[in-house]
Design a protein around this ligand. Structure first.
Ligand code: GLU
Length: 435
């Protein structure tokens, strides 16, 4: 995996997030090897699954507010459309590379397959620091990016959604560009839209809700009372912020949280309601004043003794370099790809249960799927129905995963991959290879 111990500072997350130079696509491919071995998958199929179906690289020239020209690079990758149209978010960040997007697209394939949704796996991104753009520049960037990828997206081709640093407003612009080009309103081209233009109620908190349902289910299996678990959360974005809010309201003690500026710790538990209000107003945690709170580094945050650790930021956070120092019972992966395969081995030996990303954070794409079918049918569901169907789908996937992991005495990740990869392999077998 190359340069394992050469650290560089992670731009997106400031000096506190030191990230090893690990290529996420190498991680995604290594995970395929692990499951292929476990399930005896045919070698050629495993090799095929390590490839992406197609990738589009686009150049995005933008006239900035001051009249100057800036050029950005963007991507849209389809890993697999064998079980249905591509599905996956769009990320705006300086860390975006073609290989990162390939990895994220691959993980989307496993995620939709694990939930048995009739969708494939895709992902997109633009290498840009959106904090450096004005609102109007962000709109122009989004619109031009959409125009550049217009031929590879569509309700029956590939359906984008929000991811890191993208939101419902960005989805609204994408839907508008697509619809204007086609000459009619086509809300089903993207999910995670504002409710007023065909978005779904419950989509925004869906990832956090799904994490809550699977954590609750695992606690039951382990005879743990969720309320008395001490929690540490990395990242306070849509995913980390929502799960922090849910667990705080549940009565859990949240010992530490972090954002891009710092980690913050309090042995007696943080006042999450106040911190979330602070974060929502676009304030950095480093500026938060409370004499009982201690500022901590990313490394200290991840290795804080707790019961449940919830990495909800970016890839490659739990690695060979810190896995043996992780001190918790359960890890719930809110982020995509936060744990490397080497770290997985260490965590498994230590008896830490990891609810893998493709299960833990699948609530988002699950409600995206609900949004998509609501758009196609022009019939919208109430929140009760959204949450009930989300819970039923994610808990079914959890139970299947848990059963396989117990029977085979393997990590939850490998079990989840067995289910997801088997469905893809079966679909490939049934369809055969064209021509
Ligand atoms: N970006 C989210 C994810 O990584 C949601 C994708 C979607 O809803 O299509 O799962």
């Amino acid at each position: 995996m190359g340069n394992k111990f050469s650290y560089h500072f992670h731009n997106l997350n400031s000096v506190l997030f030191m990230v090893e130079e690990i290529n996420p696509y190498d991680v995604a491919k290594a995970q395929i090897d692990i499951v292929a071995k476990e399930m005896g998958l045919e070698k050629n199929i495993a090799e095929y699954l390590k490839r992406i179906e197609r990738a589009l690289i686009v150049t995005i020239p933008i006239i900035m507010d001051d009249g100057s020209l800036k050029i950005f690079e963007g991507y849209r990758v389809h890993h697999s459309t064998v079980r249905g149209p591509g599905k996956g978010g769009i990320r705006f960040s300086m860390e975006v590379t073609l290989d990162e997007v390939k990895a994220l697209a691959t993980w989307m394939t496993w995620k939709t397959s694990l939930l048995n949704l009739p969708l494939g796996g895709a992902k997109g991104g633009v290498r840009v620091d959106p904090r450096k753009l004005s609102f109007k520049e962000l709109e122009r960037l989004t619109r031009r990016y959409t125009a550049e990828i217009i031929n590879v997206i569509g309700p029956d081709i590939d359906i984008p959604a929000p991811d890191i640093n993208t939101n419902s407003q960005i989805m609204a612009w994408m839907m508008d560009v697509y619809s204007m080009q086609k000459g009619r309103s086509i809300p089903g081209v993207v999910t995670g839209k504002p409710v007023e233009i065909g978005g779904s109620v419950g989509r925004e908190p869906a990832t956090g809700m799904g994490m809550y349902y699977v954590l609750q289910a695992l606690c039951e299996k382990m005879n743990l009372d969720l309320k008395s678990q001490r929690i540490v959360i990395q990242g306070l974005g849509n995913v980390g912020g929502t799960i922090a809010d849910i667990l705080y309201k549940e009565g859990c003690k949240i010992l530490a949280v972090s954002d891009i500026s710092t980690g913050i710790y309090c042995e007696d538990g943080l006042e999450i309601d106040k911190l979330l209000e602070w974060a929502k107003a676009r304030n950095a945690l480093i500026d938060y004043k409370n004499d009982n709170y201690k500022f901590i580094t990313n490394h200290e945050l991840l290795t804080t003794k707790c019961d449940v650790l919830i990495p909800s930021a970016i890839e490659n956070q739990i690695t060979q370099a810190n896995a043996d120092k992780i001190d918790c019972k359960i890890i719930v992966e809110g982020a995509n790809g936060p744990t490397t395969p080497e770290a997985d081995k260490v965590l498994f030996k230590k008896g830490i249960r990891v609810i893998p990303d493709i299960l833990a954070n699948s609530g988002g794409v699950c409600v995206s799927y609900f949004e998509y079918i609501q758009d196609i049918n022009s019939y919208f569901w109430k929140l009760d129905r959204i949450n009930a169907e989300l819970k039923s789908i994610i808990i079914e996937a959890f139970e299947e995963t848990y059963k396989i992991s117990e029977e085979r005495k393997i990590p939850l990740r490998t079990a989840a991959y067995i289910i997801a990869v088997s469905r893809i392999a079966k679909a490939i077998e049934l369809r055969g290879f064209f021509p």
